[in-house]
Write a protein that binds this ligand. Structure first.
Ligand code: ACO
Length: 325
C-alpha cells in the first residue's frame, strides 16, 4: 500500500494587539513618517495587522497555533513525532524555534528543526514533512509558520513598515493511505538576495550590518506574479490536475494585487481566492497556514476541497503545494 500524508487539523494564533492603518499612521506621524490608511489600502489591500508584545516570541505564537491544530486533529501533543517550524524571526540564533516550541508543548524526543525560506517557508516545511512521512521517517507531524516580523521592521521606512504583521499558523500532517498532499514544486534563485533581505548578523558579540528589513518592492512585485503562476502550473502538472480542479487558492498573503494577479493568470475567479492579508498584513511564513485556518474555521474550506498553497519570498524563494483537504 502506498503511504501518503494528509492534513488532519489546522490552527492559528494572532497576538491580541490589533493595529489598524489609522493607528499606525498616527504612531508613525508622531515621529515624522507620513502615511495614510488610503495609501496602504490602495497599494496593498491591508487594513490592519497584529503586533506581538516585546516579550512574546515566534515559539510562543507557534505553540498556541500548534495547540489549536492538535485540538482540531483530535490528537495529543505526545503523539507528534516531527516538528518543523518555518520562520525567519526565530527566538534565538540557536537552538531552533522548533526545539523551544517542543518544550512549550510539554513533549520531548521527537525530531524538531526550523526551515528558513522566508515567506515561502511554510510550503517548504510542508513539503519536507510530507517527504519524511512518505519515507516512513515520521507519522504525525506538526508543521508551523510563526513570525514576529515587527521585530525586524524599520519604522522610519514607510515603504516597508506598513506591510508586515505578527502571527502563527499550524497544521497537523498525518500518514494516510489516501493522498492529501498531491504534489509540490519548490525553487530558489539566490541572485536576488538583495531585493528582500535583513542583511545584518551577529558577530563577536555585536550586531554587524543592518538588522532591519530592506525591500525593493517593485522588483519583488514583478518577480512574484510570474513565479507564482509557474509554480502553480508545475504542481498541477505533477499531480495530473488542471487549474479547474482548484477549489481554493491560498497564496502567500503579501499584497492583494499580487494575489489577484496570480488568480487571474490561472484564470481562477476571485471568489476562489482566500484573503486574510486585509486583516493580518504580511506575516511571512505564517501567512498561508493562518489563511488556511481562518478559511477552515469560517466554514469556507470543507473536507475534500482541493487547495493550491503558494509561497514567494526572500531568497528569492517560491513554491506551491497542491492538497486534497
Ligand atoms: N505611505 C504613503 N506613501 C508611500 C508609502 C506609504 N507607506 N510607501 C511609499 N510611498 C510613496 C513613495 O515614496 C512614492 O512616492 P513618490 O512617487 O513621491 O516617490 C509613492 O508612494 C509610490 O511608491 P512605490 O514604491 O512606487 O509604490 P508601489 O506602487 O510600487 O507600491 C509596494 C509599493 C506596496 C511596496 C509595492 O511595490 C508592492 O506591493 N511590492 C511587493 C512587495 C511585497 O509584496 N513584498 C513581500 C513579498 S515577499 C515577502 O512577503 C517577504
Amino acid at each position: 500500500m502506498n503511504r501518503y500524508s494528509r492534513i488532519t487539523g489546522t490552527g492559528s494564533y494572532l497576538p491580541p494587539r490589533r493595529v489598524t492603518n489609522a493607528d499606525l499612521a498616527a504612531e508613525l506621524g508622531a515621529s515624522g513618517v507620513e502615511t495614510s490608511d488610503q495609501w496602504i489600502v490602495d497599494r496593498t489591500g491591508i487594513h490592519a495587522r497584529h503586533f506581538a508584545a516585546t516579550d512574546v516570541t515566534s515559539s510562543d505564537l507557534g505553540a498556541q497555533a500548534a495547540r489549536n491544530a492538535l485540538e482540531a486533529a483530535g490528537i495529543a501533543a505526545g503523539e507528534i513525532d516531527l516538528i518543523i517550524v518555518a520562520t525567519s524571526t526565530p527566538d534565538m540564533v540557536f537552538p531552533s524555534a522548533a526545539c523551544i516550541l517542543q518544550n512549550k508543548l510539554g513533549i520531548a524526543g521527537c525530531a524538531a528543526f526550523d526551515v528558513q525560506a522566508v515567506c515561502s517557508g511554510f510550503v517548504y516545511a510542508l513539503t519536507v514533512a510530507d517527504s519524511l512521512i512518505k519515507t516512513g521517517a515520521a507519522s504525525k507531524a506538526l508543521v508551523i509558520g510563526a513570525e514576529v516580523f515587527s521585530r525586524i521592521l524599520d519604522f522610519t521606512d514607510r515603504t516597508t513598515c506598513v506591510l508586515f504583521g505578527d502571527g502563527a499558523g499550524a497544521v497537523v500532517l498525518e500518514a494516510s493511505d489516501t493522498p492529501g498532499i498531491l504534489a509540490s514544486d519548490l525553487h530558489a534563485d539566490g541572485k536576488h538576495v538583495g531585493i528582500l533581505c535583513v542583511p545584518g548578523t551577529v558577530s563577536g558579540g555585536k550586531v554587524m550590518g543592518d538588522p532591519l528589513l530592506k525591500m525593493d518592492g517593485q522588483a519583488v512585485f514583478k518577480l512574484a506574479v510570474g513565479v507564482l503562476e509557474d509554480a502553480a502550473r508545475a504542481t498541477l502538472a505533477k499531480a495530473g490536475r488542471t487549474a479547474e480542479d482548484i477549489d481554493w487558492l491560498i497564496p502567500h498573503q503579501a499584497n492583494i494585487r499580487i494575489m489577484q494577479g496570480t488568480a487571474k493568470k490561472l484564470k481562477l475567479p476571485l471568489d476562489k481566492l482566500i484573503v486574510t492579508v486585509d486583516q493580518h498584513g504580511n506575516t511571512s511564513a505564517a501567512s498561508i497556514p493562518l489563511a488556511l485556518d481562518a478559511a477552515v474555521r469560517s466554514g469556507k474550506i470543507k473536507k475534500g476541497d482541493t487547495l493550491m498553497l503558494e509561497g514567494v519570498g526572500g531568497g528569492f524563494t517560491w513554491g506551491a503545494v497542491l492538497v486534497d483537504f
